[in-house]
Ligand binder design. Structure first.
Ligand code: PDD
Length: 281
């Protein structure tokens, strides 16, 4: 596989980053995941805009190659022959010589930019889209700036493992009694035809797929309500689903041990997945 590091396309075995990189030492970095379907990038502009916002919020310089990111994404897709899959992009604050809590001087360190592809044949046709997924509820103990897409992903990883241990697929995180989001996706329920999802704030990541799906839902005259909901409300919902760049729309068929409806993907989730895939490819 060919990967990209700071201006160079390299075989993955030859790509290196300093052990002093603040991404490695302090999780001082941000990332984006963009999906690829039919060899084309999905929602690239949205991911680029959010990357810029994440950098600004953390007072981090743009990488030197920021203006070439579209070309770099396309070139990596081409070099690796990706038809269906993902591109991962990461920017960290770079590698000053020493470990220090204070940010390094902009003159002494440039951000580190890394991109790689993940080949996922069958991404659009994923089995989970047909069967639906099961989620458990866990406490949301992450920090208070979840709107910034940082590489600080230890708790979401632990949440995923707790879900697996419970025989489920993912976890919905709960704060002050209300669901924030999934470990790596935004969360929705459907009741009486109305789509309910938490409103945007610093409590959740502003999903690029979320924005597109809500736009398509409104265009299709579906009712959307942006407000928090509880696990109990989700367990009494007609259906539920999650959205992200890597799942598009996955129906949720079980919430913390309670089966929704007849335990099969609901019509709203199925329809939104279809519309999203049709409209964005
Ligand atoms: N995760 N919420 C969280 C906490 C996420 O990590 C993600 C994305 C989303 C959905 O955002 P988007 O629709 O822009 O992908 C919501 C990516 C896919 C990941 O970490 O792999």
């Amino acid at each position: 596989r060919t990967v990209y590091v700071n201006g160079e396309y390299l075989p993955e075995t030859e790509a290196t980053v300093s052990i002093f990189d603040r991404g490695f030492l302090m999780a001082d970095g941000v990332y984006e995941v963009t999906s690829v379907l039919d060899g084309k990038l999905i929602d690239f502009d949205g991911h680029l805009a959010r990357l810029e916002r994440s950098l600004t919020e953390l007072d981090m310089d743009k990488p030197d190659q920021f203006d070439e990111l579209l070309e770099i994404h396309r070139e990596l897709v081409r070099l690796n022959g990706i038809e269906e899959g993902m591109i991962y992009l990461q920017v960290t604050r770079g590698a000053p010589g020493d470990r220090d809590f204070a940010f390094p001087d902009a003159e002494t360190t440039r951000p580190t930019l890394v991109l790689f592809t993940q080949n996922k044949p069958g991404l659009a046709d994923s089995p989970a889209a047909k069967t639906g997924i099961k989620v458990i509820a866990i406490d949301d103990i992450r920090w208070g700036r979840r709107d910034i897409k940082t590489v600080q992903l230890l708790y979401p990883s632990m949440g995923k493992m707790m879900a697996k241990k419970a025989g489920c697929d993912d976890a919905w995180m709960v704060e002050d009694g209300f669901v924030t989001e999934g470990t790596s996706n935004n969360a929705y329920i459907v009741k009486g035809g109305r789509i309910i999802t938490r409103q945007l704030s610093n409590d959740i990541l502003h999903g690029i797929t979320r924005a597109a799906v809500l736009r398509f839902a409104r265009e299709a005259q579906m009712e959307v309500e942006e407000r928090p909901f509880t696990i109990e409300e989700a367990q009494e919902a007609d259906e539920a689903f999650v959205t992200s760049a890597s799942t598009f729309v996955f129906p949720v068929i079980e919430v913390d041990g309670v089966t929704l409806g007849d335990g099969t993907p609901g019509p709203v989730a199925r329809r939104l997945r279809e519309i999203y895939l049709d409209e964005s490819r």
